[in-house]
Design a protein around this ligand. Structure first.
Ligand code: G
Ligand code: G
Ligand code: MN
Ligand code: NA
Length: 253
């Protein structure tokens, strides 16, 4: 059986895991949210990265079902927290193909409404991608924003978006890709780009999430930045099962 065949079977059997990576406020480490991720454990428990299987799912049209599966799981795992008053937010990744798909919008409405989850509590992450038709990205993100979602550009800095495009998309936040984070505190050329991206976000009035924070030195550098920053990374928590995230959440209250 091909990877594609096994992926389709995993979707059919609702056998994809959903894990949650904490998102914290950099100043005090407060848990403000989490990103839902799908680590697929193929046969023998082997991990297949989304980097490998998401493109397959986009190609064969099953990506919409993965997005639905993730949203349903988020509602099942954290519906009570998200339906109660609070700020805690869970982010899901969507594909450009979802934006253009009325079934995505309908099933998300149904899932969230059934669980009593307000749109504000679900963040939507969209990776900038060379093949995302610009008008679809602009109209699709506008629609999500108008519904109340927080919209994030994921992996910022690795894609193709121009400044004009960014202004036109009018998202809430940028997620700075971990390839930039890695260079904080080193002599690499890219080190200067993190302040530049933060300045850009400041100019555009966007929130910033720094991905891939692994060391205390990186965190300390980010703490010294004169702009409110949020972060994800192994220093704060790896992607974890829902029960573990819930324990973190309870410990904070
Ligand atoms: O977990 P890992 O580093 O392999 O994730 C790699 C990429 O896969 C990330 O950029 C992430 O946005 C993407 N990804 C993870 N889960 C999902 C998902 O449910 N849907 C989509 N479209 N992308 C996902
Ligand atoms: O959506 P996105 O591209 O951000 O996907 C997040 C991926 O990055 C997940 O697969 C997650 O396991 C991985 N990741 C999260 N935090 C870290 C980190 O601190 N270091 C590294 N190397 N990978 C991370
Ligand atoms: Mn993401
Ligand atoms: Na990312």
């Amino acid at each position: 059986h091909s990877v594609e065949g096994r992926l389709l079977r995993a979707i059919d059997q609702d056998a994809l895991d959903v894990e949650y990576q904490p998102v914290v406020r950099i100043t005090d480490g407060a848990l403000v949210g989490a990103e839902a991720l799908v680590p697929w454990r193929d046969r023998d428990g082997r991990m297949v990265s989304p980097v490998r299987f998401i493109p397959i799912a986009e190609e064969n049209g099953s990506i919409g079902r993965i997005t639905q599966l993730v949203l349903r799981r988020v509602a099942a795992d954290f519906g009570d927290v998200l339906a109660a008053p609070g700020e805690f937010r869970i982010n899901v990744n969507i594909s450009a193909a979802d934006l253009d798909n009325s079934r995505f919008h309908a099933s998300m409405a149904q899932t969230l409404d059934a669980a009593g989850i307000a749109r504000e509590r679900i963040g939507i992450e969209l990776t900038e991608h060379s093949t995302t038709a610009r008008d679809i990205a602009v109209s699709g993100t506008k629609r999500l924003r108008e519904l109340g979602h927080h919209v994030y550009i994921d992996d910022f800095g690795t894609g193709y978006s121009s400044l004009a495009y960014l202004a036109e998309l009018d998202v809430h936040a940028l997620k700075i890709d971990r390839s930039f984070t890695r260079t904080i505190g080193t002599d690499a050329v890219k080190v200067s780009l993190v302040p530049q991206i933060i300045d850009l976000a400041r100019t555009l009035g966007l929130q910033v999430v720094i991905e891939g924070v692994e060391t205390e030195a990186q965190r300390d550098w980010l703490r010294a930045v004169d702009y409110p920053l949020y972060a994800q990374g192994w220093l704060f928590g790896r992607p974890m099962p829902a029960a573990e995230l819930r324990a973190l959440l309870n410990a904070q209250r």
